[in-house]
Design a protein around this ligand. Structure first.
Ligand code: AMP
Length: 190
């Protein structure tokens, strides 16, 4: 089973992905984590993307596309991936379908966590105290939310058309969201 977890920054995608990884023996593919690693390791790519990420904007479709293929091609992860933070644009969504197709896989469900800007800001400021992320401050959080709003609609329409999209209220507690997501996954597992 391959899952896409979708939603604005601070929606709880990472938290819920970690729960799904354990419960269903999956592997989390967070493009944000992969990109942060590049910055941490001061690679050429890391230097190129740090100002974009700190401005709350999206890194190019080509860069993130290159990062995910390695994962999809790896037999150990076959049909066991949670895409966390990818795709974020329609081009990425189509690229993901092409790549999965190439490796004889598909997406089984798209989980969208809906949360308001107010909640996002509160969560991001809380998270700043626990994680050391240079893009977790109020003005970048607002910018990231706006970036999400601009590009998310076409992606959601795309998945809605293929009947893969499930919308979850991300304002409730972590455990309530866990339960709702588990129910949706059990239903498709049959
Ligand atoms: P995240 O950890 O998913 O909140 O991502 C943090 C930042 O990494 C985003 O604000 C973007 O700058 C960049 N990023 C992560 N995933 C993508 C993606 N799929 N496409 C473009 N940029 C991305």
């Amino acid at each position: 089973m391959n899952i896409v977890i979708f939603g604005p920054p601070g929606a709880g995608k990472g938290t819920q992905s970690k729960f799904l990884v354990k419960k269903y023996n999956l592997h989390q593919l967070s493009t944000g984590d992969l990109l942060r690693n590049e910055i941490k390791n001061k690679t050429k790519l890391g230097l190129e993307i740090s100002s974009i990420m700190n401005a709350g904007e999206l890194v190019s479709d080509k860069i993130v596309g290159n990062l995910i293929e390695k994962f999809i091609a790896n037999d150990n992860f076959k049909n066991k991936i949670i895409f966390d933070g990818y795709p974020r644009t329609l081009t990425q969504a189509k690229n993901l379908d092409n790549l999965l197709n190439k490796y004889k896989q598909k997406i089984d469900i798209v989980l969208k966590l809906s949360v308001s800007l107010e909640t996002v800001i509160k969560r991001i400021l809380d998270r700043r105290d626990q994680e050391d992320r240079s893009d977790d401050n109020e003005s970048t959080a607002i910018k990231r939310y706006k970036t999400y709003e601009k590009s998310s609609e076409t992606v959601l329409d795309y998945y809605n058309q293929s009947n893969l999209l499930k919308v979850i209220n991300g304002e409730t507690s972590v455990s309530e969201i866990n339960i709702e997501i588990s129910g949706l996954i059990e239903a498709i597992k049959g």
